[in-house]
Design a protein around this ligand. Structure first.
Ligand code: ZN
Length: 70
């Protein structure tokens, strides 16, 4: 598994933007910005952020699945 970096969120794209310094917040934001820029310029895709997650850059990108109601 590749560690670090921001994979393109557009389906089917393998582009990944690595973070030069995992402990550096500016580096994380820079890689994130590059990724967003790539998504918009290459795919015309703008990822909508539902909430601010900047405090935990290591949090998994996937969202919680709602529990099935029974
Ligand atoms: Zn892409």
């Amino acid at each position: 598994m590749r560690s670090g970096g921001f994979p393109c969120r557009f389906g089917g794209c393998d582009e990944c933007f690595t973070v030069s310094d995992q402990t550096s917040m500016p580096a994380l934001l820079a890689a994130s910005a590059l990724r967003s820029q790539h998504e918009v310029s290459v795919h015309g895709y703008t990822h909508v952020q539902l909430e601010e997650n900047r405090r935990s850059p290591y949090a998994p990108a996937q969202s919680k699945r709602p529990a099935p109601a029974r």
